[in-house]
Design a protein around this ligand. Structure first.
Ligand code: SF4
Length: 386
């Protein structure tokens, strides 16, 4: 009997690498080619978009995220040309209407008035990487000569704020941050930063060991989250933490996750500056591993998205990823909030996609869920008493 067809998509996130180069050299970065000044040829956007628009996996809206290097290390003119090419590819598309948004995840150090004009002109949503106050940010986010980047990032944020351009912040949590929940919260409030996501420092790619693996850090992370929950409760509406919002939304709805975007094939398409593409989580695109080799499935110049489903490489990735999700489903009480995690975490921590619990899921899913659900329960009990 032929194997059952693989369910792919709906494709909703297209991650494109304008350059692997980064003007910073953060010590926890997983990217391997941060010195490579290669750049995506804007003409390559046409085959990228053609492959996406012709794909049966495409959903009805698509975010193109410029990422995987410092996207502002390429000239402003690149995004003007790219945006014009995207508009004309969409205009030529004769299938169902697709809503396309552009977004960028930047270290913020290069943002100035001209970049704000570019974001506005081309409708690009902005995310800035900022680890809180200078003493935490500059401990890790440094230039190649060892200088801190906090002042430059805050200057960039100042430009966004002066121009009233909305943005969110991604903060990487390292072991240094764990005793500073109050300081971090107050820093964000003082600088009018209202949308924050915490990314955990992970063991992956070039970052061989995370500081969060040190003994005792998980208990400190739980105490940090507990304090952050109290602070957000005391200042309603002042700061939205992505991790709390996600668990609250799932806990208040009746949906349970069956998979995540990270472990369902072709919900995310990742394309590097040479046109090589991969799927599942974006962290898989640029890395090479002993067990699987690289995770490049094809190139947009020569391969359609559907054509790679038959390759041995995709079949093996999918088989192992699906086995890991099923193992999670049958063994983990948090599965409905998590959907089985990201393959890259499983690979880097367990050596295979076919695994279950990782440090990443203990920090990002289990600790957050425990703090939020206990907090909601307490608040409901207080509400019932009054
Ligand atoms: S929390 Fe961890 S072990 Fe549980 S479903 Fe998610 S990835 Fe699997």
């Amino acid at each position: 009997m032929p194997p059952p067809p693989i369910r792919c998509g709906p494709l909703s996130l297209l991650v494109v690498q304008p350059t692997p180069f980064c003007n910073l050299d953060c010590d926890y970065c997983y990217l391997p080619e941060r010195d490579n000044r290669g750049q995506l040829d804007p003409a390559l956007l046409e085959p990228i978009l053609e492959r996406v628009l012709a794909s049966p996996f495409l959903g009805d809206s698509l975010t193109l995220l410029w990422h995987a290097g410092e996207p502002l290390a390429v000239p402003i003119a690149f995004y003007d040309e790219a945006s014009a090419r995207l508009r004309s590819a969409l205009a030529r598309h004769d299938g169902p209407t697709v809503e396309l948004r552009q977004a960028i995840q930047t270290n913020g150090t290069l943002i100035d008035a001209a970049w704000c004009d570019c974001f506005e002109r081309n409708g690009i949503d902005v995310g800035v990487s900022l680890d809180g106050p200078a003493f935490l940010h500059d401990a890790h986010r440094r230039t190649r000569t060892g200088l801190g980047s906090h002042a430059a990032t805050m200057r960039g944020i100042g430009w966004l704020q002066r121009r009233a351009l909305p943005f969110h912040v991604i903060s990487v949590i390292t072991e240094n941050a764990l005793d500073h929940a109050d300081t971090i919260f107050e820093f964000f409030l003082a600088h009018d930063i209202k949308e924050v996501g915490f990314n955990m420092e992970e063991t992956e790619g070039e970052n061989r060991v995370s500081s969060l693996e040190r003994p005792g850090t998980e208990a400190r992370w739980r105490a940090f989250l507990q304090r952050f929950w109290e602070l957000t409760g005391r200042h309603p509406g002042a700061l939205r933490l992505r991790e709390f919002e996600q668990v609250c939304a799932l806990a208040c709805g009746d949906a349970r996750l069956e998979r995540t975007d990270m472990n369902k094939p072709f919900v995310i398409l990742n394309v590097d500056y040479r046109g090589h593409f991969s799927t599942f989580d974006p962290e898989l695109l640029a890395v090479k591993t002993q067990e699987y080799g690289d995770f490049v499935l094809g190139n947009v110049r020569t391969d359609s998205l559907e054509s790679v489903l038959a390759t041995e490489k995709f079949q093996r990735m999918h088989r192992d990823m699906a086995a890991g999700v099923e193992a999670c489903r049958s063994s983990c009480d948090y599965f409905g909030l998590c959907g089985g995690g990201a393959g890259s975490n499983k690979y880097w921590e367990l050596g295979t996609f076919d695994g279950t619990e990782t440090q990443a899921c203990r920090y990002r899913i289990k600790a957050v869920a425990d703090v939020v659900l206990a907090g909601m329960e307490r608040e409901l009990a207080i509400g019932a008493d009054v």
